[in-house]
Design a protein around this ligand. Structure first.
Ligand SMILES: Nc1nc2c(ncn2[C@@H]2O[C@H](COP(=O)(O)OP(=O)(O)OP(=O)(O)O)[C@@H](O)[C@H]2O)c(=O)[nH]1
Ligand SMILES: [Mg+2]
Ligand SMILES: [Zn+2]
Length: 301
């Protein structure tokens, strides 16, 4: 029997089996030893399961299609956050106006892991949302990203969001308070996820959602709600790989005068020229420069 890991807590693996049953399992002895670093079994993993006398044991992990990895920085080992994601939703509230650089950080992390991102702009019910949404959508659509403008409160765009979520495995990422859990409750009222208003008073932490787990939609899709990151680092990325994580720069990097061009002050840089001429959005080029400096800084530490 095979199953999908939908939750991990204290050595207990919650699995959704191929026949639709949900069981709790432990790892086979040898697997326990092997399950560390980036071979640790995480949500999204497909596993082989054996059931005896009503207890289930994970025998093996099946190969992964994709991984969302937090790479090792400053001596720490790599950490796989989720496996087999088909897409990542970068969820941003339209108000306060999202910083481009923060959106670009999330996009770069998804791109670096080879997982297609979808931009989800929430809280479209707020005054002034239309203008902000228009400028952000046109910027990111021209890069080739799908941008969905939604409101959990006013029920805008929820059907389109649900249609995307019904296919494969998705994850929600984005700052705390963007409305990730509220949106998921709207898409699937049965989720009953804890959201901002209910807990902000009673809980000491800033984050409402505290751990990631996979939720199954009645239409068949699976989605991970994650705790909000207020900021996200580059997790040890090689600075030379950064340009590849900006799709609009991929076709330009080979036209720079120097191989391995950093696209900063380098003479004959096709990327900088494209930004000056407006073919690459100046805001995106700014993000590239900030992230590049950060990636270089992390390396030298
Ligand atoms: N005006 C408006 N408020 C919304 C909308 N969606 C969510 N909110 C509010 O935003 C706040 C935060 O919502 P959550 O769903 O808890 O946010 P989250 O992204 O899950 O936050 P973390 O779990 O901390 O990462 C709550 O007060 C929601 O009521 C919306 O479409 N419009
Ligand atoms: Mg939440
Ligand atoms: Zn260049």
């Amino acid at each position: 029997m095979t199953g999908r890991v939908i939750g991990v807590e204290g050595g207990v693996y919650t699995l959704m089996l191929e026949d639709g049953r949900r069981v709790e399992a432990s790892l086979r002895g040898r697997l326990k030893q092997e399950s560390r670093g980036d071979s640790k079994i995480v949500i999204g993993d497909c596993v082989k399961v054996e059931e005896t006398d009503g207890s289930a044991t994970v025998q093996a992990r099946l190969p992964r299609q994709t991984t969302m990895v937090r790479r090792g920085v400053a001596g720490r080992s790599a950490k796989v956050l989720a496996a087999n994601l088909d897409r990542v939703f970068v969820v941003m509230a339209i108000e306060p106006t999202p910083r481009t650089e923060l959106i670009d950080r999330f996009l770069v992390v998804a791109e670096a892991n080879g997982i297609p991102p979808v931009i989800l702009l929430n809280k479209m019910d707020l005054p002034g949302a239309a203008d902000v949404a228009l400028s952000l959508s046109s910027r990111y659509e021209s890069v080739g990203y799908v941008v969905l403008c939604v409101s959990a409160k006013a029920d805008i765009g929820i059907d389109r969001l649900r249609a995307l979520l019904c296919e494969g495995i998705s994850a929600f990422m984005g700052p705390s308070g963007a409305g990730k859990s509220t949106l998921l409750n709207k898409v699937e009222p049965g989720f009953k996820l804890r959201t901002g208003e209910l807990s902000r008073k009673s809980r000491s932490g800033r984050h409402t959602t505290v751990s990631s787990s996979l939720l199954s939609l009645s239409c068949g899709g699976v989605v991970a709600d994650t705790p909000g990151f207020s900021d996200v680092g580059l997790w040890g990325m090689d600075p030379a790989d950064l340009d590849w994580c900006f799709p609009e720069m991929r076709g330009l990097r080979n036209r720079c005068h120097f191989r391995g061009c950093a696209h900063l002050m380098d003479p004959g840089c096709a990327v900088r020229q494209a930004a000056e001429e407006g073919h690459v959005a100046p805001e995106r080029y700014e993000s590239y420069k900030v992230l590049r400096a950060e990636a270089v800084g992390e390396r030298s530490r």
